[in-house]
Design a protein around this ligand. Structure first.
Ligand SMILES: Nc1ncnc2c1ncn2[C@@H]1O[C@H](COP(=O)(O)OP(=O)(O)OP(=O)(O)O)[C@@H](O)[C@H]1O
Ligand SMILES: [Mg+2]
Length: 394
């Protein structure tokens, strides 16, 4: 069967065009072709896709070196085969140096078929090579970015962990002494309200340091077995009373019969609280109301998106999914890479610790987290925590 090939011929003599086409057909090609003899016509045809350009060396005003130059200027990888009558070796060399794929004498056209085949094969091989180079480069860049991000988190974690630890010790002293002083004071005392304010602020600071400890992965994990869906169910009242605005509705889709989760339930609850707080705030910012959907499920490892933040390797076959989805404000794509950074916030008064703490907790459980968000549509945060095969199946 003849092979289809798209050929652009640069030639000013119609007879020679016919000769070329005859030769191609003899070599089992079915050429789809066009011919030109001026520079504007050639440039215009370059908008189309061609497999090969056959260029007569001496077309007045459009000689082969000019053809090669124009192909280069248009950044095209279409092979150019130069044809001519008798010319010197130097001319042949000149054309090859300027990018011609091959050079044929017009009185020896029998080689045309194989020259076209080779030119196309060479182009395909170069394209494949280029593609694999691009892929390798992309992989390298992605890996490098991931490593840099991990290093950044690591050093921020050490810093945050150190500061939080020191503050925790100081706050324990402050909170302990304030509550002793409050117990001694009569509520009518003029100092009572001042001390109450100190107590409130100190408790708030303790909450902050605990988020920082979570982010640093230095929080102490109190791992037990529990049922994730039940934990969510039991937290709904707390969410409705203290976390989610009453203008925002909460829906749940909680999987029944889940295996036991081996994790720190208070930390998992912290994830739920931080994500629901963000979801509620996003809904309120967007339209002063909205919906949050909380879902639990089991997913296979290969269902975790490759763009999720995760350890280099996910070891378990299955993962618990805790998904918090809102139809709030959403985020612009350029914001997504920054949201887990500690102290990144777009809110006033935001602290930018909610997602950093979520990431810390996920990392200390060797899980993964993924955010999908679209401006003015909403945000879905998926948290994946490993199902520990041996311990959890009963
Ligand atoms: N569900 C969401 N929808 C839209 N934007 C979000 C959502 N979750 C997080 N963000 C964006 O990510 C930023 C960081 O979130 P993060 O929870 O870490 O900090 P924060 O909410 O600003 O402060 P806080 O420490 O009180 O949680 C937010 O300021 C917000 O811009
Ligand atoms: Mg938050």
């Amino acid at each position: 069967m003849s092979r289809a090939v798209r050929i652009l011929i640069v030639e000013d003599r119609p007879d020679d065009v016919e000769l070329l086409l005859d030769e191609l057909r003899r070599s089992d090609f079915a050429p789809e072709w066009d011919s030109v003899q001026s520079e504007p016509a050639f440039v215009q045809r370059l908008q189309q896709e061609w497999d090969v350009i056959l260029a007569d060396y001496k077309v007045p005003g459009l000689e082969a070196p000019r053809v090669l130059q124009l192909v280069k200027e248009h950044s095209l990888d279409v092979p150019v085969i130069v044809l001519s009558g008798v010319v010197g070796e130097e001319t042949v060399w000149e054309c090859l140096k300027h990018g011609a794929t091959d050079y044929l004498m017009k009185d020896r056209l029998t080689r045309l078929g194989s020259a076209v085949t080779q030119a196309i094969e060479k182009r395909d091989a170069e394209r494949a090579l280029q593609l694999s180079r691009q892929k390798a480069e992309e992989n390298r860049r992605r890996l490098e970015a991931r490593q840099q991000y991990a290093q950044k988190l690591e050093s921020l974690g050490i810093l945050a962990g150190g500061v939080a630890h020191e503050f925790n010790n100081l706050l324990t002293v402050i909170i302990g002494n304030v509550s002793l002083a409050l117990a001694e004071l009569h509520p009518d005392s003029s100092l009572y309200e001042n001390l109450r304010q100190v107590e409130i602020a100190a408790n708030r600071a303790a909450e902050l340091t605990s988020q920082m400890l979570s982010f640093s992965g230095k929080g102490i994990l109190q791992t037990t077995s529990f049922n994730l869906s039940e934990l969510v169910e039991d937290s709904i009242d707390l969410l409705k009373s203290f976390v989610v605005s009453d203008k925002v509705a909460i829906h749940t889709e909680l999987a029944g019969g889940l295996p036991e989760m081996q994790a720190d339930p208070e930390q998992i609850r912290q994830i739920l609280i931080n994500l629901c707080a963000n979801a509620s705030e996003a809904c309120m910012e967007a339209k002063g109301g909205g919906e949050i959907a909380i879902r639990t499920a089991i997913v296979a490892r290969n269902q975790i998106p490759s763009t999720a933040l995760s350890p280099d390797e996910l070891f378990e076959e299955e993962y618990f999914l805790l998904e918090i989805k809102d139809n709030g404000l959403g985020m612009a794509p350029e914001m997504l890479p920054k949201v887990f950074d500690p102290f990144f916030t777009t809110k006033f008064p935001g602290r930018g610790l909610g997602l950093a703490a979520v990431l810390g907790i996920v990392r200390s459980h060797r899980g993964a987290v993924h955010i999908d968000s679209q401006r003015n549509v909403g945000t879905t945060v998926d948290v994946f925590i490993p199902v520990r095969q041996r311990e959890s199946r009963r």
